[in-house]
Write a protein that binds this ligand. Structure first.
Ligand SMILES: *Cc1c(COP(=O)(O)O)cnc(C)c1O
Length: 368
């Protein structure tokens, strides 16, 4: 059986004529940076999310960075987030000279534990970055209340959760700024790097538009410090086609997750939980299992792709240990890094594939 963690080629084959036409139409215009293709995608995405402003940029990592820049985060500032996330969340904080402050996660959602945030707030705190990990929204209401009480900004890292809801509202539109990644393997993936920032705040939107364009509104006049992070027109054309399919694709992932859940009933594997406030879109289907590393070896020997997101939490990464307070304790984060394993999850999974994958997971679990 030809199994893949993510199957982008077979997904492309199903929409090939539309994608190819969209790419060719950009080639015919000769406009490769910004222009109508990008503004069309921005307005379609704003409409889809129910947000006032959507601003394309070059990647999800850049989206985080320009969001932090727009909120004037810099040296001496502290940004509260999770250690159980992709490196970009913390890399961008560190790049701007600010300090990441890690809060432990919930064992059932793997997301930041809102009940532990207040204890981490100091007079230097400026912002919180909740990360909607694996496609399950963070419990945003308590975080919004804390942000209000202490005057903190919120940037929602929505790289893994494009299209998911929190209490019926699209994530990325709840805090001050939402950052989105269109990395190819994300739920809405481009055919290269691409990203977006979204906001309901007019002033922030204007500033974000300037920052991604070298800090300028009028060409060659630079009012603020900026970067070069524009959304590529060809990527916008691809994304404009794929956006129409996003809800169906997210539904296909939810269905596949339901099948896995059934197949793992009555086994020691802990399947993903979905909270009442959330609508999980399963960017990842992640189990918690005993003897995770041995299971990974077993799956490898059977040709079953799998991944560990993430094997080392960020507070233990060499590049970032110097930013960690010596008495930091994140017991849940550390336990999860030992227990999690993600199985193949994409829009092209068949029942036969899932049955085979699950049977090999179960074969291993029966031996321990
Ligand atoms: C993928 C990802 C990013 C970065 O997005 P890129 O488009 O790859 O730069 C940021 N945060 C999280 C949680 C991610 O999963």
């Amino acid at each position: 059986m030809n199994l893949q963690l993510v199957d982008l080629v077979n997904q492309y084959k199903k929409i090939k004529p539309e994608i190819d036409a969209a790419i060719h139409s950009v080639l015919d215009t000769g406009h490769f940076i910004l222009g109508k293709t990008v503004s069309d995608f921005e307005s379609n995405t704003a409409k889809y999310l129910g947000v006032k402003h959507a601003i394309g940029c070059a990647s999800g990592t850049d989206a985080l960075q320009v969001a932090l820049m727009a909120l004037n985060i810099g040296p001496g500032d502290e940004v509260i987030t999770t250690s159980f996330t992709f490196v970009a969340t913390v890399e961008t904080i560190a790049l701007l000279g600010a300090k990441p402050i890690y809060v432990d996660i919930e064992p059932d959602t793997f997301n930041i534990d809102a009940t532990k945030i207040e204890a981490a707030i100091t007079k230097n705190a400026k912002a919180i970055i909740p990360v909607h990990l694996y496609g399950h929204s963070v419990d945003m209401d308590p975080i919004m209340q804390i942000a209000k009480k202490y005057g903190l900004h919120i940037i929602e890292d929505t790289a893994q959760a494009m299209g998911t809801d929190y209490k019926g509202k699209k994530v990325s539109t709840i805090g001050d700024i939402g950052s989105i990644s269109f990395f190819p393997s994300k739920n809405l993936g481009a055919y290269g790097d691409a990203g977006m920032v979204v906001t309901n705040n007019d002033q922030l939107a204007e500033k974000l538009r300037m920052i991604i364009l070298h800090g300028s509104k009028v060409r060659y006049y630079h009012e603020i410090l900026g970067v070069n992070s524009r959304l590529d027109s060809i990527q916008a054309a691809v994304l404009n086609v794929k956006l129409k399919y996003l809800d169906n694709w997210n539904e296909a992932r939810r269905k596949a997750a339901g099948i896995y859940n059934k197949l793992f009933e009555n086994t020691p594997a802990i399947t993903p939980k979905v909270k009442d406030y959330a609508k999980h879109i399963f960017h990842q289907y992640t189990l918690r299992v005993p003897q995770r590393d041995k299971l990974a070896e077993h799956l490898k020997s059977k040709g079953i792709p799998h991944a560990i997101y993430y094997p080392v939490p960020l507070h233990k990464q060499q590049a970032y240990v110097n930013l960690v307070s010596p008495n930091l304790k994140l017991p849940v984060t550390e336990q999860m890094t030992d227990e999690v394993i993600s199985l193949p999850m994409h829009t092209e999974l068949t029942f036969e594939m899932q049955e085979y994958i699950a049977s090999e997971v179960k074969n291993f679990l029966n031996t321990i």
